[in-house]
Ligand binder design. Sequence first.
Ligand code: FAS
Ligand code: PHB
Length: 416
Amino acid sequence: MKTLQTKVAIIGSGPSGLLLGQLLHKQGIDNIIIERSSAQHVQDRIRAGILEQGFVELLQQAGCEQRLEQEGLVHHGIYISVEGKKTHVNLTKLTDGKVVTCYGQTEVTRDLMQARQASAQTSFYSAPVNQIHNSPQSKARVCFEMDGEPYQIECDFIAGCDGYHGVSRPSIPQDIRTEYERIYPFGWLGLLADTPPVCDELIYCKHSRGFALASQRSETRSRYYLQVANSEKVEEWSDERFWQELKLRLPAEEAAKLQTGPSIEKSIAPLRSFVCEPMQHNNLFLVGDAAHIVPPTGAKGLNLAASDVAALYQVLSAYYAGQPRQVVEQYSDVCLRRVWNAERFSWWMTSMLHHFGEEHEDKRSFVEKMADSELEFYLHSESGMKLIAEQYVGLPYEQIKSVESEVKPHAVQVNS
Ligand code: FAS
Ligand code: PHB
């Protein structure tokens, strides 16, 4: 078995792993990325589209902001449409100047991959990790296979950036882990098309036929979503059927000017809320989807991964700058305070905007009448809109606390 050494072994080459690797590299902290899929497969994934300002600042810190600054679309607000009646939430006005940027996760991944290749850091693709050794008494080890050959990496720390289906989280003993989960009774059917977006900002549509979202990737590429029952199959949705249903859920003005075209990509994503506590154990840190999942209604999934990376990058930089190992112990608590905020906001947006009745029943349940009333209240009050705006643009990242060195310099008695 071939053995390699590094300071930080990063499992997973999604946005979490790539962003962490780039930031650590900028700090001179050696790291190796091990990814089970091919680089092309990772790069081709189509997922999130909205970046919080904190994420943009991290990409600038990582030296990966060039294309984002040229091609990213800065948005100052969103629309929330209730049965076709639009309300504008002016994010910038309500948050004293904050914005969000529309820039696909596919592009973020491509920019980070190119930066990593340019910095000639070690990465292994098509190399599934099959074992993690993570005891307090010895060096951490990550074992993987590539081209049929076994490898192991000896390291100080392991960053589990391997997503919801990865190996990191299950490697934490069950009696130490607590997992919280909510599965929603519907999913999102997403469609990507090279058609001009129907609106200059995103429209979140609450409709008795079901939720819809009009988003975008550029001025010529649109991204749309429809709420569908979990029993639905993407094969049952022709482009024509998708466009027809979308028009029924969009406000009339946008439905009339919607430009349709052939789909580039069409898929159904299930919706769940999930959190694993704690997010660290011994020398392993869980990052991004490996630790938590949110329904995409609040545009938080990718952005939560970024705030985890920011916390981990800070504690590891402090440790390698000479602070006691204790400095890394705050990672999980720092991340979870922000994670639970985003979980609540994403659950709230999902509960307010989706139709929970079975098979689009006409009658509203009591719970749905409560959601109707709550959303109405928020959209007709400045403080309500401010609460939505503050959470949508993203709460501030928490700064980690420095830890004094254990060895106190001898107090020198100065005789006055
Ligand atoms: P990722 O899942 O992106 O990356 C994990 C990586 O680890 C993968 O490349 C995987 O191959 C690798 N891996 C797993 N096991 C491994 C092993 N044993 N060995 C080595 N490598 C391993 N978020 C939003 O904000 N808005 C959205 O609209 C949105 N839409 C989404 C749609 C879908 C279908 C999905 C699945 C997610 C969506 N998300 C969305 C959330 C998504 O963007 C995630 O938050 C983001 O990808 C998290 O990044 P990572 O934590 O890097 O995890
Ligand atoms: C997207 O463009 O993919 C997107 C935007 C906002 C969301 C979810 C997805 O809340």
